[in-house]
Design a protein around this ligand. Sequence first.
Ligand code: SF4
Length: 365
Amino acid sequence: MDLQPLLSPLPDGDCLALLQGAAAPLLDWYDQNRRPLPWRLDPTPYRVWISEIMLQQTRVAAVLPYFHRFLEALPDIPSLAAADPELLLKLWEGLGYYSRARNLQACAKACMQTHGGRLPGDYRALLELPGIGPYTAGAIASIAFGLPVPAVDGNVHRVFARLLSAEGDIAAPAVKRALFDLAAQAVPSDRPGDFNQAIMDLGATVCLPNALPLCASCPLRECCQALARETRHYLPNKAAKKARRVEKKTVVLVITPQGVLLHKRPDSGLLAGLWEFLLLDGHLTAAQRGQALAEWGIPAGRARRLGQAKHIFTHVEWRMEGVALSCPPFPPPAGCRFASLKEVRQTYSLPGALRAYTDLLEELL
Ligand code: SF4
């Protein structure tokens, strides 16, 4: 185990001893303070898996209604494997990062083919399934199957970096590897799932990101090196991310007596397979917009500005200007169809990025 990249002032052996010694107070604290999350009430492999995938890049409060709705519609691996992909995207609508939903179904199908319709109780076998990386495999293996493996995410990086007063860049692969190796040795074999969840909860409620950690309420304040060495104000160190690419879009809601015109996005790439209003590149003048729409075969109509909206993806930011265009009936262009308000609500999945305009449909249709 090479812990040099961590840049902790402690010798390697002391790093591991500190983390192993932290397990008992951490678990005591967890027993008193664990968050009452629904997937914890009955931590079956399926429920743990669905919750962990939903929680990637997403806050707990946002996940809760989705989790209940998803489990009600698709309660197990066979139903998920056989689900209509359109229903799957509808259940995911607004949660973002839609490749997660597609990977869930690919994984369910793989489980049907290879593991008798169940998730395997083996860390390495879990890692081979679509959409399951080291963190999710560790969470399922430790929480649902009781296996002593770590579940290392941003919370663990932050909490461990502070506990060890480690100044290494936690976005650097060598630092991540060193933290994973440490976590793998620090997980107690009697309560691995609780240990991993305790760190998640500590990171979410006490050892907070982007702000001063709440050290006075922390069960690990006696051993925390960042507290002792006064480095907690700036740790963890993390290299700045690259700036996002800004893309300007003109969003056109083509309104006809047949409904609003929807276009299906390609099956790969950003928001793959979702439905959208017409999205034209750039903030277009009326003449430019008319020309672009004519190329789609859309007749001229009465235009009304709908205002601006912004949506931030991981690497891209959309700056949108909306227009409603009232048109006479016409045949839908290739890859498009007309939808009523009810169909937009119940059948077609539109990305949350367009919510500012989807919310206006009630008055437009
Ligand atoms: S004492 Fe403070 S910095 Fe250290 S682990 Fe606890 S909350 Fe984080």
